[in-house]
Write a protein that binds this ligand. Structure first.
Ligand SMILES: NC(=O)c1ccc[n+]([C@@H]2O[C@H](COP(=O)([O-])OP(=O)(O)OC[C@H]3O[C@@H](n4cnc5c(N)ncnc54)[C@H](OP(=O)(O)O)[C@@H]3O)[C@@H](O)[C@H]2O)c1
Length: 337
C-alpha cells in the first residue's frame, strides 16, 4: 500500500473502499470482501446508515484494528458543539471501536465552527486520530483554516478526470490539507469508462479506464475511495499499486477536465437550500424554497444507499454525487426513506 502523510504525521492509505449507497444488509459482506481483497481503509458516514455493519465487518475480519484506517463523517443535522460531540460518540458505538482514524464534517453548511470545536476536543482526547472536512470549496476552506485552532487535515471532495478540481487542490496544498476524491470513477460515467485516451494508455499498462482514473488521482497525491459491491471490480480497483503514469500522460489527461461538477455544486444556492432544508429539525417549519429542488439530488428522496438514485443522487447519466440522509430520521430530521 502507498500512503499520504497528514499534517499531524498520521499515515493514510492512498486507496480505500467507499460504502456510500451500499445497503445495510449488504455492507458487512462487502466490507469483509474488501478487507480480504487487501483494502485497509474504509470510508463510511453517519448519513450512509451502515456504520454498524462496517464495524462488525472489521471485527469479524480478524484484522487488528490498528491496521485499518476508518473514516466516518458527521451529518449536518448534528452540527454545533454538543450535537456533533454526541453524534461522534454514537458513531464510535456503532462502529464498535475506541477511536476513528478520520472524522469529517460532511458538508460545509450549518454550524460548522461549533461542530469543528467538538472534533478538535475529541481529537485532543484521542478518540479521533485525524479530523477533516468534506465538500469545502476553496473559499470556505481558507476561512476554516484561518479561524480554527486545528486546520482540517483532509478535504474530501468530488474529484475525477472529468472534474479535476486543480485550482481547489492548489489551495488545499497551500494550507496543508490532503485532498481526498469522492466519486473517483465519476460513478462509472460512461464517457469516462469509454474514453479513447484512457483506452490507449491502458493498452500500455494493461489497465482499464477505471484503474487509470484511480491511478491518475493517486499520482497527483489525491486519496481515492472507489465503491463497488462487485468482487471482481473490487479487485480491479485495488490492482492499481503496481504502476505509475508518466509525466506526459498526466499532462495529456488534464485535457479531459470539464471543470464542472457532474453532480452538484456546493456553491449553487439551490443546493445550499436543499441541504439546509435537510438539516432542519423535523418539528420546525420547512424553509421556503422558491424553486422546486431537483428531485435527482434531493436528500430526502430514496435515502436508502444502494437504491440506484442516491440520496443526493443520480440519474443514470448523472449519478448521485452527494449523500443520503442519516439512517435514523429521529436523529437527523431528514425525512429518511
Ligand atoms: N463526501 C461526500 O459528499 C461523498 C459523496 C459521494 C461519495 N462519497 C464517498 O466516496 C465513495 C466513492 O464515491 P461513489 O460511490 O459516489 O462513486 P465511485 O466510486 O466513483 O463510483 C461507484 C460506481 O462505479 C461502479 N464501479 C465501481 N468500480 C467500477 C469499475 N472498476 N468499473 C466500472 N464501474 C465500476 C459502481 O458500481 P458497482 O457497485 O455495481 O460496481 C458504482 O456504480 C463513496 O462510496 C463514499 O464513501 C463521499
Amino acid at each position: 500500500m502507498e500512503y499520504v502523510t497528514l499534517a499531524n504525521g498520521i499515515e493514510m492509505p492512498v486507496l480505500g473502499y467507499g460504502v456510500y449507497q451500499i445497503p445495510k444488509e449488504e455492507t458487512e459482506a462487502c466490507v469483509l470482501n474488501a478487507l480480504q481483497t487487501g483494502y485497509r481503509s474504509i470510508d463510511t458516514a453517519q448519513a450512509y446508515g451502515n456504520e454498524e455493519e462496517v464495524g462488525s465487518a472489521i471485527i469479524k475480519s480478524g484484522i487488528p484494528r490498528q491496521e485499518i484506517f476508518l473514516t466516518s463523517k458527521v451529518w449536518i443535522s448534528d452540527y454545533g458543539y454538543d450535537a456533533c460531540r454526541a453524534s461522534v460518540l454514537r458513531s464510535l458505538e456503532k462502529l464498535q471501536t475506541d477511536y476513528i482514524d478520520l472524522m469529517l464534517l460532511h458538508q460545509p453548511f450549518n454550524d460548522t465552527y461549533g461542530a469543528w470545536r467538538a472534533l478538535e476536543d475529541l481529537y485532543d482526547e484521542g478518540k479521533l486520530r485525524a479530523i477533516g472536512v468534506s465538500n469545502f470549496y476553496p473559499d470556505r476552506l481558507i476561512d476554516f483554516c484561518a479561524f480554527n485552532r486545528i486546520k482540517p487535515m483532509v478535504n474530501q471532495v468530488e474529484a475525477h478526470l472529468l472534474f479535476q478540481q486543480a485550482e481547489a487542490k492548489v489551495f488545499m496544498d497551500k494550507y496543508g490539507v490532503v485532498m481526498e476524491a469522492w466519486a473517483p470513477l465519476a460513478q462509472a460515467n460512461k464517457e469516462l469508462m469509454e474514453e479513447p485516451l484512457l483506452l490507449a494508455i491502458g493498452e500500455k499498462y494493461r489497465k482499464t479506464p477505471a484503474q487509470l482514473a484511480l491511478r491518475w488521482n493517486i499520482d497527483r497525491g489525491v486519496v481515492v475511495i472507489p465503491k463497488t459491491t462487485n468482487p471482481e471490480r473490487m479487485a480491479e480497483n485495488f490492482d492499481v499499486l503496481d504502476f505509475k503514469l508518466s509525466e506526459g500522460e498526466m499532462v495529456s489527461l488534464e485535457a479531459l477536465d470539464k471543470k464542472k461538477s457532474l453532480f452538484l455544486s456546493h456553491t449553487d444556492p439551490d443546493t445550499v437550500e436543499m441541504f439546509i432544508t435537510a438539516a432542519k429539525p423535523a418539528e420546525e417549519e420547512p424553509i421556503a424554497i422558491d424553486s422546486p429542488v431537483d428531485e435527482s439530488i434531493e436528500p430526502t428522496a430514496p435515502v436508502e444507499p444502494g437504491v440506484p438514485a442516491e440520496p443526493v443522487e443520480p440519474a443514470p447519466e448523472e449519478p448521485a454525487g452527494e449523500e443520503p440522509a442519516p439512517e435514523e430520521p429521529a436523529e437527523t430530521d431528514l425525512p429518511a426513506e
